[in-house]
Design a protein around this ligand. Structure first.
Ligand code: SF4
Length: 92
């Protein structure tokens, strides 16, 4: 298993919540120690954040930080699955 800090230095060029460049180290702990709700959207262009989330967080934790509302949960999990499938296609 890889370290949870492995992507901490990765920067997203513009955080829509803070209005500045931000490191993944902040984004993965911002909700009471869990990642930001928008972490998939912001960091998918930078590294395989879907795989990172699957590796380091339980399904229950993922539901808590990815989407509080049921419809939102479904959309985010769909996105997570799509990103994972796209990655699998790329790796073939
Ligand atoms: S994941 Fe959240 S805190 Fe991090 S850049 Fe995106 S919106 Fe900002």
């Amino acid at each position: 298993m890889s370290s949870i800090e492995q992507h901490d230095a990765v920067q997203h060029f513009w955080c829509p919540q803070l209005g500045q460049t931000i490191n993944f180290a902040y984004c993965r702990k911002v909700q009471g120690g869990l990642p930001c709700t928008r972490v998939l959207t912001c960091f998918s262009p930078h590294f395989d954040v879907a795989a990172f989330i699957e590796q380091h967080y339980t399904p229950q934790e993922r539901e808590r930080f990815l989407a509080p509302a049921q419809s939102r949960v479904e959309r985010v999990l769909d996105t997570l699955e799509k990103v994972r499938q796209d990655k699998q296609e790329e790796d073939k």
